[in-house]
Design a protein around this ligand. Structure first.
Ligand SMILES: O=C1O[C@H](COP(=O)(O)O)[C@@H](O)[C@H](O)[C@H]1O
Length: 245
């Protein structure tokens, strides 16, 4: 695992954008395709807007990028709480990505089980596999209580063994969500965690340096079988780490 601490969100976001460019270019050179799952929340907003600027835009062949989401709130896509809406506003609408490569989660469907199954099928079709899709990169955030994607402490989703995407009800509004399960996340080639702000310092310390208790700190469940994990933190989020990496 690689952990880097940055002095501010600007530096962190630039490093994250550079990292995404590198992984994207390697994937496109190797297989002609880059599969990326985004997170929501506020932390990646700066990163996403940087990727839409000319200097980053020109470094990736966006026609070869397939975009998914690791979790989504069950709200319409134009709702201020929608993870899709944030990414679309600051990044996707400004990039030359074919519309059919942008796979938003159908989280506003009334039948959330059916929506999860449909999203899983769409993913498998895109990856051309009937097995567990192996994302080139899943970008994740973490909440102050250690949740990641919409995998929250003590929830059955942490023990899900079969499904790749599932509906959950979580303690943070809006409560109804769809989320990637650990089985899908842990198949990825690269995981990039971003965490900023002092309100996350305890969870960062517990996840990175504490005993393994993924039921308390779901971000600890992220251990890709054949992939690498990179954490990018700002100094505030890293404040409780004993070893300043
Ligand atoms: O609810 C969510 O929270 C996490 C963390 O969000 P942040 O605002 O603290 O950056 C996010 O990664 C997840 O995608 C989102 O749905």
């Amino acid at each position: 695992m690689d952990v880097t601490i940055f002095s501010d969100v600007e530096q962190l976001s630039r490093a994250a954008a550079d990292y995404i460019v590198r992984v994207a270019r390697e994937a496109i050179a190797a297989r002609g395709l880059f599969t990326l799952a985004l997170s929501g929340g506020s932390t990646p907003k700066k990163l996403y807007s940087l990727l839409a600027t000319e200097s980053y835009r020109s470094q990736i062949d966006w026609s070869k990028v397939e975009i998914f989401w690791s979790d989504e709130r069950c709200v319409p896509p134009d709702d201020p709480e929608s993870n899709y809406r944030m990414a679309n506003e600051v990044m996707l609408s400004k990039l030359p990505i074919p519309a059919e490569h942008i796979h938003s989660m159908p989280a506003d469907q009334a039948d959330r089980d059916a929506a999860s199954v449909a999203y899983t099928q769409e993913m498998k079709r895109t990856f051309g596999t009937d097995d567990v899709p192996q994302f080139d990169l899943i970008q994740l955030g973490m909440g102050p209580e250690g949740h990641t994607a919409s995998l929250f402490p003590h929830q059955p989703s942490l023990r899900e063994q079969q499904r790749l995407v599932m509906p959950v009800s979580v303690p943070k509004p809006p409560p109804d969500r769809l989320t990637f399960t650990p089985r899908l996340i842990n198949a990825a080639s690269h995981i990039l965690f971003l965490a900023t702000g002092a309100e996350k310092d305890e969870a960062v310390g517990a996840v990175l340096e504490g005993p393994y208790q993924s039921d308390e700190y779901p971000a600890q469940i992220v251990h890709p079988t054949h992939g690498e994990v990179t954490w990018m933190l700002d100094t505030a989020a890293a404040g409780k780490l004993r070893k300043q990496k």
